[in-house]
Design a protein around this ligand. Structure first.
Ligand code: SF4
Length: 361
């Protein structure tokens, strides 16, 4: 806890807030890319403490939120297959598909579904249920994929035949490039995601700073980390600079984690991927390489995707693009709450709607 407690210390936050007030010389808008940042900002009450002139908007960095409705429908179809057991991280469990039903409903109807803490738990599940095909739902960004790549390798090395991954893995720079090409999105800086950057490195954002003249700062997740990153962003914006800085040096290096990058590149390859709200973005996802296709759920189960409607009235797509805030959704806090979520941004523990609902409504 040494590297967490000290960054939560209120005594540390006060001088940082003072410094931030001094650094803001003109109003600016910053997109916090990562859902963990969004949640931390709300949970710590930072939004209410920030000096006037700083506007924070949320971006597409919650992996559950950006999973498309057609992918959710495909997952629900797999859950209905005989001799199939779905394994997943918990957040996806309650995300509704286009029918309004979720894996939680499928589970109540008898589908075999296991919440796991690590993809490696699937190895044990595969050994315990030799007559079933264990389908791990690979939903996540660069932070998650090394562990899943390691699990595929472990399954191969152990001759496990009844384990596959449904890969909707996504990579971070391409959606940011797609968003920033939209002239309606007016932002001055990016609070770049800390977790993802431990793998891809701070240097991955250099093309964004170069092409869009955008201030980019990688930040950690404790209140003091976020304040430190905002100070650097405010200083860059005040001086008209556009560069990449790293305010999370205790975890992130410029070049990232090359061992993890190599492991992922050995198992997965870039593919076009559909994002909720953003459509299909070229080379923004990861698919299993041909030599590992035996572990690919899409190929083993011959999954076909059909276009799926977003839940009626749900504004998740606009929220994920940073164009609207949750209270602008007519369903927010009425039909859609954390107890009765309609879209994934209200389901996920990193979702912007859930953050607004829990801490700002
Ligand atoms: S409040 Fe609910 S319905 Fe509205 S955008 Fe958020 S998740 Fe979708």
């Amino acid at each position: 806890m040494k590297y967490l407690d000290e960054y939560r210390d209120q005594a540390l936050a006060e001088p940082l807030l003072k410094e931030l007030r001094k650094s803001v010389t003109k109003p600016f808008r910053v997109m916090e890319v990562c859902g963990t940042h969004t949640m931390s900002i709300f949970r710590s009450g930072l939004r209410t403490l920030l000096p006037e002139g700083i506007e924070l908007i949320s971006g597409p960095g919650c992996p559950v939120c950006v999973t498309s409705a057609s992918h959710i429908d495909a997952i629900l179809a797999m859950a209905e297959l005989d001799n199939t057991r779905i394994a997943l991280f918990g957040d996806l469990f309650r995300v509704p598909g286009s029918s309004g039903l979720s894996l939680a409903n499928a589970s109540a109807e008898g589908a075999k579904i296991d919440i796991v803490y690590s993809p490696m738990d699937c190895i044990g599940l595969a050994q315990k249920h030799p007559d079933e095909l264990i389908v791990f739902l690979g939903v996540g960004f660069e932070t998650t994929t090394p562990g899943i790549a390691a699990t595929i390798l472990a399954a191969k090395n152990s001759d496990i035949d009844n384990f596959v991954v449904f890969s909707t893995h996504k990579v971070m720079p391409p959606p940011l490039l797609a968003l920033l090409d939209d002239p309606d999105l007016k932002i001055d800086g990016l609070l770049c995601p800390g977790h993802v950057s431990t793998i891809i490195g701070a240097g991955a954002y250099q093309p964004l700073a170069d092409k869009y003249g955008l201030a980019c700062v990688v930040g950690g997740f404790e209140p003091a980390d976020i304040l430190q990153a905002l100070i650097l962003l405010a200083r860059q914006i005040a001086s008209g600079e556009a560069k990449v800085e790293n305010a999370y040096t205790r975890a992130v290096r410029w070049e990232g984690n090359s061992r993890a990058q190599t492991m992922v590149a050995n198992i997965f390859e870039p593919v076009d991927m559909e994002w909720r709200g953003l459509g299909v973005i070229p080379a923004s996802g990861l698919g299993t390489r041909e030599e590992y296709c035996h572990f690919d759920a899409e190929k083993r189960l011959h999954i076909e995707f059909s276009s799926a409607e977003e839940p009626k009235g749900c504004r998740c797509g606009e929220i994920l693009k940073g164009k609207e805030n949750p209270p602008q959704c007519p369903l927010f806090g009425k039909r859609c709450t954390t107890a009765t979520p309609i879209g994934p941004c209200m389901v996920s523990s990193e979702g912007t709607c859930a953050a607004f609902y829990k801490y700002a409504s």
